[in-house]
Design a protein around this ligand. Structure first.
Ligand SMILES: Nc1nc2c(ncn2[C@@H]2O[C@H](COP(=O)(O)OP(=O)(O)OP(=O)(O)O)[C@@H](O)[C@H]2O)c(=O)[nH]1
Ligand SMILES: [Mg+2]
Length: 236
């Protein structure tokens, strides 16, 4: 073999090993990403209680979560014994979530988001801006996926006498989303201009499907939410 042949052979072998390493890495990444449903929302909305009930963890009096809880559910829940395993993550409400969140979402195969909202009037009025900021940041990530990701807006604590009706919650959130989008577009340096296509904001405009359903985790009345989970698996 002359020098040219040796050089050519080394280049071909080099390229071949790069391709092999690339495929192995990609295969590993794909195969280790777990199919996941994420529970998010503001402080004290009922996320951990819902997580504990869905994963059949013992129900103790909950304290404000300091870190995410990871568990497994078998879907469809209506036939859990023959269901497939899905990861369920309960993400704490108060954490500085942005960067952590983006990297968390990149490590999982996100099948849907359950956004728990406290419908008690004073909590809702206090949290409305934060709910929309969280929603904006989360949608900025998930709307970039083809067809988006589906959301369940789980309107919780409807057992309380001063719980707001779902129509009021939805319309108030839509109005607040418009304000949040405008202010985020002004203040943020990232390219968020795609949000202009969503204005005026309505929950029907997103690529992912966003559904509002009421429930009460405390009173075990959240079958609309478990049906929503089952539908994601039966008609993905
Ligand atoms: N009345 C009523 N209270 C509820 C309901 N669901 C949850 N709670 C109560 O709300 C409080 C907060 O519940 P958690 O599940 O800890 O709330 P969280 O969303 O995990 O809160 P963070 O971890 O701080 O983000 C607890 O005292 C629950 O018992 C409900 O449907 N009705
Ligand atoms: Mg919690």
């Amino acid at each position: 073999m002359d020098k040219i042949q040796i050089t050519l052979l080394s280049i071909i072998l080099g390229l071949f090993s790069i391709i092999v390493v690339y495929y192995i890495q990609n295969f590993e990444l794909k195969s280790t990403k777990k199919n996941t449903f994420l529970i998010i929302g503001c402080n004290n909305s009922g996320k951990t209680l819902l997580f504990n009930k869905l994963t059949q963890k013992p129900i103790t009096s909950t304290v404000s979560s300091l870190e995410a809880n990871y568990g497994t559910i078998h879907l469809p829940l209506s036939q859990a014994s023959i269901g497939k395993p899905f990861q369920l993550i309960d993400y704490p409400g108060y954490l500085k979530y942005e960067n952590v969140f983006r990297s968390l979402v990149s490590e999982i195969n996100l099948k849907g988001v359950i956004f728990v909202v406290d419908s008690e009037i004073s909590s809702f009025n206090k949290q409305i801006n934060l709910i929309c900021v969280k929603l904006f940041r989360m949608l900025t990530i998930t709307e970039s996926v083809p067809n988006g990701v589906d959301y369940l807006m789980a309107v919780n604590k409807t057992d309380l006498f001063n719980s707001l009706p779902i129509s009021k919650i939805k319309s108030s959130l839509e109005a607040e989303m418009n304000k949040v989008i405008e202010s985020e577009l002004k203040n943020n340096e990232d390219d968020l201009t795609f949000w202009l296509d969503y204005m005026p904001f309505s929950f029907e405009r997103t690529n992912g499907n966003i559904e509002f359903k009421t429930g009460s985790v405390l009173k075990d009345k959240y079958s609309d939410w478990t049906n929503w989970l089952d539908e994601r698996v039966v008609n993905p």
